[in-house]
Ligand binder design. Structure first.
Ligand code: SF4
Length: 435
């Protein structure tokens, strides 16, 4: 038996600024056959932390044994080596698991904590994180790891430990340490030969926030800065920039094939088939809904249930017909379970497909049906009431927002407003066709 001490911390290669959590120490201790009797309280309140946690199978037993034999100062490098070599099943390399984790990370970004930087590697995760208010780092990590472990096991159809019990965190004491950690996090995928540059790795902040400046945050301004535009950021994210540019070059057959085989987000797991879209590929008008429902999932065509019939009637009322000079598509191509709204990460994963459809069709007018489609196309959340009745824009194309037919089936009193919108759509389309 050995009491916690500087010696013990060094044996674990934890400088005094590195801490393992109380509950997690038991697991670390068990593996290293050291049984501590007390733990010095090292956790500082507030501050920004560099955090690492890893998959349960990321370090082989032989590695743990080897680590005991080498000097403490060499252990950190060895652990990094094992992690970056991708030991174990590397469940985080599966897009559906990585996206679920990224979504979970982003959910409370700006609320319970500020994520200054992050990367999801195949078998471990690095964060540069600043807890906010009453939310302690322990609570944040506990809740994040326990939720994502349950979700990952559900997606993988298995149970058992998903994460290693212990996480490591280091309080960053100054701008220099902060900058070095951000640099380390961003370069990790490059160092592990997963990408040529940080912004080409989909599951790190630099690559995930497409088109944004993903450089290091200036720690001197943290106390006054707010995390900018979380919603817009979540909606503008994309898979890997390389995947996005590949999709952006596809022709119709390639795009259809890619969607049919896509596994970029967890929705692929329960679909009968992906629902690509239907209609005239040279249409002047494109209607965009949110996601396939049960009947669409079965039939492979968007808007085929009761809401579909109403959409057909709406089209007829302005002298349009499904498949004739009209194209109909959804924001996501696979059915969300229980017909729930698609999540931000699923919308982001599917975004390049819709964008390519829009580019290939080149419609004069896009009509967003409902809030999910409007939020996706406008990059910000707002009520339909505040968006309808005006001419908006998506990537230089005219955009009109109106109610989703499924909403109109439930809310008859808004049908009159929908009729006004249809008149606006008809007038606008005519004007665009005959300028
Ligand atoms: S919803 Fe889109 S991104 Fe997700 S699996 Fe289906 S096609 Fe791929």
């Amino acid at each position: 038996m050995k009491a916690y001490s500087q010696e013990w911390l060094e044996a674990l290669n934890l400088s005094p600024l590195w801490r393992a959590r109380d509950a997690e120490l038991a697991a670390a201790t068990e593996q290293l056959t050291v049984a501590p009797t007390s733990l010095p309280h090292l956790k500082a309140e507030g501050g920004i932390y560099f955090v690492t946690f890893r998959l349960a199978d990321s370090l082989p037993q032989t590695a743990l044994e080897e680590l005991r034999e080498i000097p403490p100062e060499a252990r950190s490098k060895k652990i990094e080596h094992y992690l970056d070599a991708g030991h174990g099943e590397c469940a985080l390399s599966k897009p559906e698991i990585a996206l679920m984790l990224v979504h979970a990370l982003k959910t409370f970004d700006g609320e319970r904590y500020v994520l200054h930087d992050w990367v999801v590697m195949p078998n471990h995760v690095h964060l540069v994180i600043e807890p906010r208010g009453a939310h302690s780092l322990s609570d944040i990590l506990h809740s994040l790891k326990s939720y994502t472990a349950t979700e990952a096991n559900r997606i993988l159809g298995r149970d058992g430990a998903f994460w290693q019990g212990e996480s490591y965190d280091r309080l960053l004491r100054n701008q220099d340490e902060f900058d070095r950690c951000v640099q380390y996090v961003q370069q990790n995928p490059v160092k592990a030969n997963l990408a040529a540059a940080p912004d080409q790795y989909a599951y790190g902040r630099a690559g995930f926030v497409a088109g944004k400046d993903a450089g290091a945050t200036d720690v001197r301004h943290l106390e006054t800065s707010e995390t900018p535009g979380i919603e817009a950021e979540q909606l503008s994210v994309a898979p890997a920039t390389s995947a996005v540019s590949e999709i952006a070059q596809m022709d119709w057959p390639q795009l259809k094939q890619a969607v049919a085989a896509c596994t970029l987000c967890p929705l692929h797991a329960n679909r009968t088939q992906a629902v690509f879209g239907v209609g005239d590929e040279q249409a002047d008008i494109l209607f965009v809904g949110e996601a396939p429902g049960e009947e669409e999932d079965q039939q492979g065509e968007p808007f085929v249930g009761q809401a579909g019939k109403l959409l057909d009637n709406m089209l007829a009322s302005i002298e349009l017909k499904r498949r004739q000079k009209v194209y109909i598509a959804n924001v996501v191509k696979c059915r969300p379970p229980d017909n729930r709204n698609p999540e931000h990460s699923e919308i982001a994963a599917c975004a390049p497909y819709l964008d390519r459809q829009i580019a290939l069709i080149a419609p004069k007018l896009i009509v967003a049906l409902g809030k999910v489609a409007a939020t996706r196309l406008l990059g910000k959340e707002a009520s339909i009431a505040s968006l309808r009745g005006q001419l908006l824009e998506y990537q230089g194309r005219a955009l009109i927002v109106t109610y989703h037919p499924a909403y109109l089936l439930r809310t008859l009193q808004d049908k009159a407003k929908a009729w006004e919108d249809l008149c606006l759509i008809k007038r606008t389309l005519r004007g665009l066709q005959n300028p």
